[in-house]
Design a protein around this ligand. Structure first.
Ligand code: NAP
Ligand code: GLV
Length: 310
């Protein structure tokens, strides 16, 4: 297969090409450059690809996205309708994102954030023991990442609920499915963790109405997309005390503008879209397996459903 690697922002493109070539020695793999495009590529491995890719490479049949989320890709104006888009399934990100959620949950449930403050004042004061039943976790999304996040908290004996479109089960967690069950899911959640894909159905789902249905003194962890969050509703919920705090990894505008109020907010912790980063070896291994399967005319997993948009 004639395979290209195309990305506007990937920091180590040559490394991806090197590992891909190692995994697929009989395929031709090159770093795509619009100035020397041949128009012959059949498949592309991409992360935020250049806008002109689809016009310059009209024979593309498969697009392997280096991330799990395809929301930005699906908005690209020249994206051909018949192109098969394959997203990364975990790629080493699910464990990282479970760690991310655990880190921020423990800062609240175990009081590690407060201990850090106390240390600044040389203050020795032991907080009461954590009662896990007072920290029920609700995970929005039960896919590759949501299931891993939920399982971690199940293993630590927190009460866990998961909410997905179809009510997908995760062992040890209470499963909720579809919009009619969202209220019941939220009503039993204090730590709300979002790992939904961004679609027309989920856009703006982290809003005042959602926050109001959570348990009192709730905490938000958004590891998915900035478009899920109504920013003004979050600021109002923090101001009113409806939410005790939030950890945010993704934003509508990235990098987050320096003038944005989130930067200096005392109850917001933010990270630069780093909750989960696709690992080269694992991701390449997965893509190579799929390319070989396609060569044998076998079906592959991870194909994006254009109607559902994930
Ligand atoms: P996935 O395997 O496709 O899982 C998506 C889950 O969301 C599924 O459980 C699905 O329900 C559920 N869902 C979709 N639409 C829904 C709706 N309208 N209502 C309720 N549930 C809905 O995706 P994934 O690999 O876990 O990744 C999830 C997202 O995480 C990505 O799209 C991306 O935005 C984000 N992400 C962020 C980072 C980061 O570093 N910040 C890294 C990786 C991924 P069903 O199971 O019923 O289909
Ligand atoms: C990262 O945000 C991803 O979607 O993989």
């Amino acid at each position: 297969m004639d395979l290209i690697f195309a990305s506007r922002h990937e920091s180590q493109p040559q490394e991806w090409v090197r590992v891909l070539q190692q995994a697929l020695p009989s395929d031709s793999i090159r770093l795509w450059d619009p100035r020397s495009a041949t128009g012959t590529a059949q498949a592309a491995v991409v992360w935020e690809p250049p806008a002109e890719l689809f016009q310059r490479e009209p024979h593309l049949k498969y697009l392997f996205n280096l991330g799990a989320g395809v929301d930005a890709l699906l908005q690209m104006p020249d994206l051909p309708q018949d192109l098969t888009i394959v997203r990364v399934e975990d790629g080493g990100m699910a464990d990282q994102m479970a760690e991310y959620a655990l880190y921020y949950l423990l800062k609240e449930s175990r009081g590690f954030g407060r201990y850090a403050e106390q240390q600044k004042q040389s203050r020795w004061h032991r907080l009461a023991a954590t009662q896990r039943e007072q920290w029920p976790v609700g995970v929005m999304g039960a896919g590759h990442i949501g299931a891993r996040v939920a399982s971690l908290f199940v293993g630590l004996n927190y009460p866990v609920a998961v909410w997905s479109r179809t009510g997908r089960a995760v062992a040890g967690a209470q499963a909720y499915g579809g919009d009619p069950s969202l209220g019941a899911f939220l009503a039993q959640t204090r730590v709300l963790i979002n790992v939904l894909p961004l679609t027309p159905e989920t856009q703006g789902i982290l809003c005042q109405r959602t926050f109001e249905q959570l348990r009192p003194d709730a905490y938000l962890i958004n590891m998915a997309r900035g478009g899920h969050l109504i920013e003004s509703d979050l600021l109002a919920a923090l101001e009113s005390g409806r939410l005790r705090g939030a950890a945010l990894d993704a934003f509508v505008h990235e990098p987050l503008p320096v003038s944005h109020p989130f930067w200096a907010h005392p109850r917001i912790q933010l990270t630069p879209h780093a909750a989960g980063i696709s690992l080269v070896e694992q991701t390449v291994h997965q893509i190579a397996d799929k390319i070989r399967a396609l060569g044998r005319r076998e079906a592959i997993s991870g194909v994006v459903d254009r109607t559902r948009q994930y």
